[in-house]
Design a protein. Structure first.
Length: 186
């Protein structure tokens, strides 16, 4: 479920902020302790949730805990809240214009299994009002679905590797070429 809406900025300018609510969920047929261990492994040598085989690795300056800083690719954040084997919430520090949080949360279902939810709540400002929908959102959506697929594989559950949408493949190709060009120029 993805939602976007505009709201007036601090000066009453209706074009300064874009409210973004981006939610991904997957129900996993596994015990809470096993799914919680996936969250606890984030950014570690034994990370069993982040799809680092397909995306830039999540790196933190220390083990997962409140105050730890890091990110992946150009996205930077600080751990704002962490409950071991339950949830983690990060506050964006970059790119510029990303004002909000994203996190992973677990919910035990009465019918069995655990719902793994990734929630991104932010206000995009300035250039981020353009880069979020055109660049970051499609890449983010593909990355989170890859993370959920990795969670299934890590838990020994049936999973399939999804093919990225054409837009994601094109964006990744462009970013790879741009990155190579920058490397040659430096």
């Amino acid at each position: 479920m993805i939602g976007i809406g505009a709201r007036p900025g601090p000066n009453g300018d209706s074009n300064t902020l874009m409210n973004i609510r981006n939610i991904h969920e997957r129900v996993l047929d596994a015990p809470l302790e096993s799914v919680g261990a996936l969250i606890d492994s984030l950014a570690s040598e034994d990370d069993r949730l982040w799809p680092k085989d397909r995306w830039p690795a999540m790196r933190m300056n220390r083990p997962l805990a409140v105050g730890a800083q890091g990110g992946h690719g150009p996205i930077r954040y600080t751990v704002e809240a962490y409950a071991a084997a339950e949830s983690v919430r990060f506050r964006f520090t970059a790119p510029r214009g990303f004002d909000g949080t994203h996190g992973l949360y677990l919910e035990v279902l009465p019918t069995g299994g655990v719902r793994l939810r990734h929630s991104l709540l932010m206000q995009a400002q300035g250039l981020a009002r353009v880069t979020w929908p055109l660049l970051f959102r499609p890449l983010h959506d593909a990355l989170i679905e890859d993370a959920f697929d990795r969670a299934e594989r890590s838990l020994g559950l049936p999973s399939r590797e999804r093919r990225w949408p054409v837009k994601v493949r094109v964006l990744r190709w462009i970013l790879k070429r741009t990155s190579r060009r920058r490397s040659r120029e430096s």
